[in-house]
Design a protein around this ligand. Structure first.
Ligand code: HEC
Ligand code: HEC
Length: 475
């Protein structure tokens, strides 16, 4: 029986890959590798493993986490109501709780056939840019559809018409590995029906997006801007067709353009603003940063419906609730890796680097010393994302721009925790619109700047494919 490193090197030799000859060759796990979120990493890896606070959060600070959790999980109600702390839902909305989309703090999914609503997937809307909309484009990154606004809301309070229904149909797309194995991908076709406010602008662009998982977001926020810019610089220098760019987006609080980080196109600069826009766009709730309901001028019943503001015009979501939800969303911990010393996982990790996946899925960072919370500072983390936008090709394009992101651009999503998707969310539907039914399909959809990496994977044999998946599932 040969020793482990020997077996591994034999396997590597057999793989004989050439794409990245300077790629590192790992023979064992790196020190600290199991703790993807540094000292904040949690050990538990079961169906509740996305819902735990940072492991290094002291007991005294766990109370705010729990209260934040309750505002994230519990449903908001229609105003007027005796539950004044939680009223003001709508008039137009997608669902009544953050958790309704970020199911168990994990990811959402596209609506199954014949579902009455698209609950954990939402559809963004816009019309083509034009010079007269310069100010709007600077501040919200898109020109919203004039009647329906920037987000399609398929639910409404009584007396207000919902905007319509969302359905997704799929067409099969066969793809073949070099060894002859065939896989069938499915391409989504979005159907918007039963429009509540008449026809849409003829050039409306649609972007269907599932809710991303909520883990590790405070750590991502704590990655220094220079580290993200360094990713872009390294990619530009490598001249291998990969050229990520940070999005540049509007900061509502600072009233200026800053780097984008959150959302599938990095359209939001920080967690607080992301949360504020979620309260507003997804649930129709006002905050001090967005003190108005998400109704367009054409939606008169929406504008006139009762609101849940306080007696002195305080917003439906108080600053205190906003702070607690922010604390919660910063401190949802990343679960520890599993099986990092398994020979197959290590072989898969080597294949990941050799195929060039790490060019965009940047393995490692050290978070800033001045992170928003002390537990998130100075941590060595392994999110596997450069937080940059990449042209991912026509197959994944939504043809809808968002600030600097083109209709073919998407932000590299972090891969930490991805192997626990089945355990936490009860499904394995990946990519921005949940079209991929498993990790392999997600990889095979990669095109554009990631075409070379996808081609490498298509040249993998069954053993190599299994190793790559074993690595991804160990994340
Ligand atoms: C209707 C479904 C839905 C609801 C309800 C919802 N979200 Fe989201 N959430 C999404 C989607 C979809 C995205 C990705 C948005 C994009 O790409 O533009 C997202 C993104 C986020 C992100 C950024 C994650 C990342 O990886 O970049 C955070 C943070 C977030 N939501 C917090 C919240 C909070 C807090 C609430 C409740 C106030 C909430 N969400 C309610 C669907 C939802
Ligand atoms: C050019 C940059 C780039 C390269 C190279 C790249 N990816 Fe990605 N990856 C992305 C982007 C961007 C997305 C999101 C695409 C979308 O949602 O439409 C993504 C999505 C994914 C997802 C799904 C994540 C989720 O949350 O749904 C997985 C898994 C993944 N990549 C694995 C890989 C593997 C394995 C490789 C190497 C074979 C690779 N990627 C190479 C940029 C890249």
């Amino acid at each position: 029986m040969p020793s482990l490193p020997l077996r591994l090197s034999a396997l590597l030799l057999a793989l004989g890959l050439s794409a990245c000859d300077d790629a590192p060759r790992f023979t064992k796990a790196e020190p600290g590798e199991a703790r993807s979120g540094g000292a904040a990493t949690v050990r538990k890896t079961d169906q509740n493993s996305f819902s735990l606070p940072s492991a290094n959060l002291p007991p005294s600070r766990r109370v705010d986490f729990s209260v934040g959790n309750s505002f994230f999980r519990s449903p908001w109600v229609i105003a007027p109501s005796t539950t004044t702390a939680r009223d003001g839902l709508g008039p137009l909305f997608n669902t009544n709780a953050c958790q309704g989309c970020h199911i168990k703090d994990g990811r959402g999914h596209p609506p199954p056939p014949n579902a009455p609503n698209a609950v954990s997937m939402l559809v963004r809307l816009s019309i083509p840019d034009a010079p007269e909309f310069a100010k709007v484009i600077e501040q919200i990154g898109v020109v919203p559809e004039p009647v329906y606004g920037g987000q399609f809301q398929d639910m409404a309070v009584p007396g207000v018409a919902p905007e319509g229904k969302v359905r997704v149909d799929y067409t099969p797309v066969p793809i073949r590995f070099k060894d002859g194995t065939e896989v069938e991908l499915r391409k989504p076709l979005l159907q918007i029906t039963q429009l509540g406010y008449g026809p849409m602008h003829p050039d409306t662009r649609f972007s269907a997006r599932v809710a991303p998982p909520m883990i590790g977001l405070g750590l991502l926020e704590a990655i220094p801007e220079e580290a993200i810019l360094a990713n872009a610089a390294a990619q530009a220098k490598a001249k291998n067709g990969i050229h990520g760019r940070p999005n540049q987006v509007w900061d509502d609080a600072l009233q200026k353009t800053v780097m984008g980080r959150f959302g599938w196109k990095a359209g939001q600069p920080n967690l607080n603003q992301q949360n504020v826009h979620a309260f507003s766009g997804d649930m129709g709730l006002t905050t001090s940063l967005r003190p108005f309901d998400d109704c367009t001028d054409a939606q008169t019943a929406c504008k006139q419906a009762p609101n849940g503001n306080g007696p002195n015009g305080e917003p439906e979501v108080s600053d205190n609730i906003l702070r607690l939800v922010l604390f919660y969303s910063r401190n949802l911990a990343v679960p520890a890796r599993r099986g990092i010393n398994d020979a197959e996982v290590i072989a898969g990790k080597n294949l990941f680097f050799q195929a060039g996946c790490d060019s965009c899925h940047t393995p490692k960072y050290t978070t800033a010393a001045n992170a928003a919370e002390p537990e998130l500072a100075n941590q060595v983390i392994r999110p596997y994302s450069d937080l940059l936008l990449h042209d991912m090709g026509d197959g994944l394009a939504d043809h809808r721009t968002e600030f600097q992101a083109s209709g073919r651009d998407w932000r590299t999503p972090p891969l930490w925790g991805i192997g626990l998707t089945q355990a936490v969310s009860g499904h394995t539907q990946f990519l921005h619109d949940g079209r991929a039914r498993n990790l392999l399909e997600a990889v095979l959809w990669h095109g554009g700047e990631a075409q070379a990496a996808q081609q490498q994977v298509l040249s993998f044999n069954a053993e190599q494919r299994a190793a790559l998946l074993a690595f991804l599932n160990s994340l």
